[in-house]
Design a protein around this ligand. Structure first.
Ligand SMILES: Cc1cc2nc3c(=O)[nH]c(=O)nc-3n(C[C@H](O)[C@H](O)[C@H](O)COP(=O)(O)OP(=O)(O)OC[C@H]3O[C@@H](n4cnc5c(N)ncnc54)[C@H](O)[C@@H]3O)c2cc1C
Length: 435
């Protein structure tokens, strides 16, 4: 690879997957009435609005910026049937509810795959499955001891799975795959724009009140009066006074994309399968190939803030740390430069699980967060829309339904995130010394 005259690393304020559309829906001006108002136009809100319109409701979807331009267009693009917590922790705290949670996660993948094919969304979806890569030999031994290979999952060492030898091995779960999340989110946006949903962009809702007979919302340019409302505002949920403050913690996740890597270089790195990987560190790392011949890697160093800022840019120090992690696992690609970096906000719930619930008789919320919302957010939005109209509770909705309106304070803060990062780096280092 010619390393001369390389372009410098570009920091992006939006998604690195697609260009930002220039054609926006109008902002909300004046007074608007509707059956259901959906606040937040990510995958969760767009899917909810779409379903409500299909069910004959008069729906308004209001988005602070541009539909799909939040986490939905910026994520790593993994469609997985996994949950946000370690299975041992889940078994301990959720007991007999765990089976239902896994069913919900698996059905989310089926739902999202069907959403893509039903609307013919061109987003480069590939059913590769995903490899949970063990970061250390000890982690791989534990994985191999506790997991049986089956029809849809295979435990293997690096050579068997075709992943770089800097990983001792992993578990290939052959369900789901990867896509271009920017194309997917904007594809869903086009479907919503072509539906009967009234969409308002650059329309931030500043207050939501349930006045008994109606939900009233205030926006800079006007007001909404709705019979019901759904809040799908993800990391920004705590910004609305109606939501309990500890419902979620805003967490900023950074992504980096390399310059193009040739097939020969990928093979020499040992990534012969090209199957996307996530590590099972405390704070995972992800590595995936893209259709443009690059590698995108994410997470590893998470950051939190009291208030999420929509215009936040990635930090140089975090990008440098992500690049270090990439170099450790792909030592033959030291000449491959990082080309672009971007980031996005997710809402982390205290349970690390998606939650849906009811705040007042007329206001519901859905938060499919914790890094698994690409398939879960649209599925939950759709299930919640069904529930609002026919009152039935699908068993997958029941699995994540939150009855209480009180939330334990989350344990995610700058100190715990740093401790997790230190524990991960310590484990990586000890493992490297032992090999
Ligand atoms: C870098 C990164 C990597 C990730 N990787 C993966 C992955 O590989 N797989 C996976 O499953 N998940 C992943 N995730 C998580 C996933 O992207 C999210 O869980 C999912 O997109 C959540 O969708 P959503 O609709 O709930 O939220 P969002 O897409 O965040 O949408 C919320 C919307 O609400 C709007 N909004 C907020 N407040 C207001 C208001 N007051 N008024 C009007 N609108 C408002 C925002 O502007 C935003 O558009 C990742 C996230 C990030 C950031």
């Amino acid at each position: 690879m010619n390393t001369a005259n390389r372009d410098p690393l570009t920091f992006l304020s939006g998604s690195g997957w697609v260009e930002r559309p220039t054609e926006l829906e109008p902002s909300l001006i004046g007074d608007v009435e509707c059956d259901v108002a959906v606040v937040g136009g990510g995958l969760g809100g767009m899917a909810a609005a779409l379903r409500l319109a299909e069910l004959g409701q008069d729906v308004v979807l209001v988005e602070a910026d541009l539909c799909g331009w939040g986490a939905s267009a910026r994520n790593a693009g993994y469609i997985t049937p996994t949950l946000g917590s370690d299975p041992r922790i889940l078994n301990r705290f959720y007991g007999d509810r765990v089976r239902g949670l896994y069913k919900f996660a698996g059905h989310s993948v089926d739902f999202t795959e069907k959403l893509i094919s039903r609307h013919g969304i061109d987003c480069g979806y590939r059913q590769t499955g995903n490899i949970a890569a063990a970061p250390t030999a000890a982690a791989f031994r534990r994985m191999a001891a506790h997991t049986k290979s089956g029809r849809r999952s295979v435990v293997g060492d690096a050579a068997q799975l075709g992943i770089p030898p800097a990983f001792p091995g992993g578990l290939h779960i052959n369900v789901g795959g990867i896509l271009n999340p920017g194309q997917f989110a904007l594809g869903v946006r086009e479907v919503v724009r072509a539906s009967g949903v009234r969409v308002f962009e650059r329309s931030p809702v500043t207050s939501v009140t349930d006045s008994g007979d109606r939900v009233r919302m205030e926006l800079p340019g006007g007001r909404i009066r709705a019979r019901r409302a759904i809040l799908t505002t993800n990391a920004f949920t705590g910004e609305l006074p109606i939501t309990p403050r500890s419902l979620s913690t805003p967490v900023w996740v950074t992504a980096v994309e390399t310059e193009p890597v040739s097939d020969a270089e990928m093979d020499a790195a040992g990534w012969t399968s090209r199957t996307p990987m996530t590590t099972n560190h405390f704070v995972m790392q992800s590595f995936r190939p893209t259709d443009r011949g690059t590698i995108v890697f994410t997470t590893r160093s998470l950051q939190t803030a009291r208030r999420p800022r929509a215009d936040r840019m990635p930090d140089q120090a975090v990008v440098d740390d992500l690049v270090r992690g990439f170099r450790e696992r792909f030592p033959t690609l030291t000449d491959v430069a990082p080309a672009r970096a971007w980031g996005g906000w997710i809402g982390l719930t205290p349970s690390n699980m998606a939650v849906v619930g009811q705040l007042t008789p007329r206001v519901h919320y859905s938060m499919a967060c914790n890094g698994h919302g690409l398939p879960q957010a649209p599925y939950l939005g759709t299930l919640l829309a069904d529930h609002l109209v026919d009152q039935d509770m699908h068993e997958d909705l029941a699995a994540v339904w939150r009855r209480s309106r009180r939330f334990a304070p989350g344990i995610v803060n700058p100190v715990t995130l740093r401790l997790g990062w230190l524990a991960d780096r310590f484990g990586d280092r000890v493992d490297r010394l032992r090999r």
